[in-house]
Ligand binder design. Structure first.
Ligand code: 0CG
Ligand code: SF4
Length: 312
């Protein structure tokens, strides 16, 4: 391959959001305060490095509450859980710490409140994603999932006077706008959230990729395959005509991706640690990269408080 000088353009913002910071800190503090093992329902955030690091410190990740012994300390992942999981965990008497991102909890509370007023819901999201299961699981029935515009024509609510729209927090902003426009067209009376459910971190990282994509010939996204928001970043760059690849670790960067490219864009999903970004930069450097240029971008100052019982 050519060893022509390569410049790395670093997206701003990228990487950890406030919800991920808080979720990881909850597990770390629980380990420090109560000792290992700490049980965590589902990957605390969708990142292989983060999960392996916490495993090494004594966290045990499970999907089913049957895997948790009596008397254990249990943390719910940042993606949130259904009422059924919450109730079951309480019934079994676990010591529970809820690492659900407050922005996901806000959607749960909105669903519960409007359901009491007789609303049914259209939810835009990806089937099978834990956040979608958690949000849909706030009610026994009455939430209808749409994944794309075609689904909007198929959905069959029992009535159309009291309908509300909710979305997963980590969707493609542009796809969600298109799907919600189709929902609005079919259900003109639908009630929409005052502030969109797609979170600030998802929005800001996608905005940065849009700006970056105009300046680079290839985009590398640090993120795990299970991470919705990370996948959306790679997908967005591709939609803008820039080849894009997701990597879980630096050794996944293929020399062929960079061949003949002098400007390489680099970003990270909301669950990907900055350490991995640094390792990817080192890898690109070893393949002929020289300078790192940081983009200007939104400075994020959001910070969420820890649950009672884990504050210092
Ligand atoms: O982007 P998703 O919802 O898949 O989650 P991830 O853990 O990657 O990031 C933020 C959270 C929660
Ligand atoms: Fe919360 Fe958004 Fe981060 Fe998810 S991506 S944890 S909703 S801030």
């Amino acid at each position: 391959m050519t060893t022509a000088a390569k410049q790395v353009i670093l997206a701003e913002p990228r990487g950890f959001c406030a919800g991920v910071d808080r979720a990881i800190e909850i597990v770390e503090r629980a380990l420090a305060k109560f000792g290992a093992p700490i049980y965590v329902r589902h990957e605390i955030v969708h990142n292989t490095y983060v999960v392996n690091d916490l495993k090494a410190k004594g966290a045990i990740f499970i999907e089913d509450l049957d895997q948790v012994p009596a008397g254990a300390t249990l943390v719910f992942s940042a993606h949130g859980v259904s009422k059924a999981v919450q109730d079951e965990a309480r019934r079994r008497g676990f010591d529970i710490f809820d690492a659900t991102c407050p922005l996901v909890s806000k959607v749960h509370m909105e669903v519960a409140k409007l359901a009491r007023d007789g609303y049914e819901f259209i939810m835009i999201g990806h089937k099978g994603h834990p956040e979608v299961e958690g949000t849909m699981g706030q009610l026994d029935h009455g939430i209808h999932l749409v994944e794309d515009v075609a689904d909007v024509a198929r959905v069959q609510p029992a009535q159309t006077e009291r309908l509300a729209l909710v979305t997963q927090t980590t969707l493609s902003v542009d796809d969600a706008a298109e799907i919600s426009a189709a929902v609005r067209q079919r259900f003109p009376l639908i009630r929409e959230p005052k502030q969109q459910d797609i979170c600030y971190a998802t929005q800001n990282r996608q905005d940065a990729v849009k700006v970056m994509s105009r300046q680079v010939e290839v985009v590398i996204v640090v993120g795990s395959p299970t991470s919705s928001n990370s996948n959306r970043l790679a997908e967005l760059a591709r939609k803008l005509g820039v080849p894009s690849y997701m990597v879980d670790s630096a050794d996944e960067v293929q020399p062929g991706w960079l061949e003949g490219k002098s400007r390489i864009g680099l970003t990270a999903g909301a669950s990907a640690p900055e350490l991995l970004v640094t390792q990817v930069i080192d890898r690109i450097r070893s393949l002929g990269g020289v300078a790192v240029q940081r983009m200007d971008g939104v400075r994020e100052t959001v910070k969420f408080p820890l649950p009672k019982g884990l504050k210092i």
